[in-house]
Write a protein that binds this ligand. Structure first.
Ligand SMILES: Cc1ncc(COP(=O)(O)O)c(C=O)c1O
Length: 423
């Protein structure tokens, strides 16, 4: 076995790239060109006599998720903001947010003037649980945001039981979980609102984009207005030359509308999603069989009633001590050098993330008073820390190739483990 590639040795994988992401073909280009040629690049522009692409995508995405309603928006972050505003969360309120997540759920709560109360996560899945939510509850808690993280699903039974008993709405952040299922139903359809991101790296990508889904008609009306300057879709089809938005103005909104060009990309991408899921699942199954033979390694577990995962960031868990005293970050560096693609540990949990700095903005500084900060981050986060110390992640596109990729990943893990003393 040659020296580690990170120390100048020969890498396990040479001369071969990894599958590209996002995937597109002539059909994608045709959709985008048709959108350009229509001259209607925004919902807030006179109709050409056909339904706007962002509305057609919303209909398709609602169907995909088995819910009656969906509103397209410009980012996953806006989806969270619209979800919180639809539920009328605001100053004086607290919202439970997992510590293990991208920063957007916490900043969305701040943006509506409420306090994000970070809670610990399960040490094997990185998701919040009924127990960790309980540790953050107070009489001010007005919502819980659950993030279905990476390639697993949070334990929705326990969480829904708790939020149901407490009478607190659940927002499901599904930015990393498009198409995952719990007890046979798509995630995002269990809470009051589900929020999605279509940012470039997501399994359903449009560069930038987002959506909220709901089964509640009242929340749907509010969400439409909150994202289109207080306007909503008309009740009847509109002829060419007229706007496909009417000024309802029941609640004041802002502009978080999805561009028609993004919607064109999504209309092309959505029908590809399930085949891509199946492909990733096949390669992940193969990899997991091989990891079982290796010992020391295993996948991020899926709770019993999660009957389909969505692999956004694929995670490998390793037993403490597998790589001697090397940190997960150093192991990931070594693995990346062997494979010629990025592996990385989970982002630092939000309670110590450099991205969560409310005091740097005047409108959030008061929320981050000594008391506010203590409520937000003053609890035990040992589950999240253990998750970070023993997890290696890679982007889902690594699972869109074939069995030879599995061989390379397994050989790289074996090599780095075998030469751990050099790290
Ligand atoms: C869990 C989670 N929520 C929200 C977002 C925000 O989505 P966007 O980048 O589209 O604003 C992300 C993006 O990575 C995410 O991972």
């Amino acid at each position: 076995m040659s020296r580690l590639a990170v120390l100048g040795g020969t890498p396990v994988r040479q001369g071969r790239g990894w599958p590209g992401w996002p995937q597109y073909d002539d059909a994608t280009e045709r959709e985008v060109i048709a959108a350009i040629r229509s001259r209607r690049w925004a919902i807030s522009w006179p109709s050409d006599g056909t339904r706007a692409r962002e509305r057609r995508f919303a209909d398709e995405f609602a169907r995909y998720n088995d819910v009656p309603f969906c509103v397209s928006v410009d980012h996953g972050s806006s989806a969270l903001l619209v979800a919180l505003e639809a539920l009328d969360i605001g100053p004086g309120d607290e919202v439970i947010v997992p510590s293990m997540t991208w920063v957007a759920p916490a900043t969305a709560v701040l943006r509506v003037g409420a306090l994000p109360v970070l809670v610990d996560t399960d040490d094997e899945t990185g998701c919040i649980t009924r127990e960790t939510i309980s540790a953050g509850l107070s009489s001010r808690t007005k919502a819980v945001i659950v993030v279905h993280l990476g390639c697993t699903v949070a334990d929705l039974d326990g969480i829904l039981q708790l939020t149901g008993e407490a009478g607190i709405p659940l927002i499901e952040d599904c930015a990393q979980a498009h198409g995952a299922r719990w007890r046979g139903r798509p995630v995002g359809s269990f809470g009051a609102i589900g929020a999605f991101s279509f940012q470039n790296g997501k399994v359903l990508a449009a560069g930038e984009g987002g959506a909220v889904i709901t089964s509640d008609e009242h929340l749907y009306r509010r969400a439409q207005q909150l994202r289109a300057d207080s306007r909503r879709y008309p009740d009847t089809e509109v002829p060419a030359g007229q706007l496909e938005l009417v000024e309802e103005c029941e609640v004041m909104g802002s502009n978080y509308c999805m561009s028609e060009l993004s919607a064109a990309v999504l209309l092309d991408q959505l029908p590809r999603l399930d085949a891509q899921h199946r492909h990733r699942e096949k390669i992940a199954d193969e990899l997991e069989r091989r990891l079982g033979d290796l010992g020391d390694f295993g996948p991020i577990p899926l709770p019993e009633h999660a009957d389909q995962r969505s692999i956004y960031e694929y995670g490998i868990r390793f037993r403490p001590g597998t790589f001697g005293s090397a940190s997960a970050g150093r192991v990931a560096e070594a693995l990346s050098a062997e494979l010629g693609m990025p592996w990385y540990p989970p982002d630092p949990p939000l309670h110590r993330s450099t991205m969560l700095q409310p005091h740097t903005k005047r409108r959030f500084a008061a929320l981050w008073s000594e008391d506010g900060r203590a409520r937000a981050v003053g609890r035990d986060f040992s589950g999240a820390e253990r998750f970070c110390e023993s997890t290696l992640l890679c982007h889902h596109s690594a699972l869109l190739g074939d069995s030879s990729d599995v061989d390379d990943i397994v050989h790289a893990l074996e090599k780095v483990r075998g030469r751990r003393d050099e790290l």
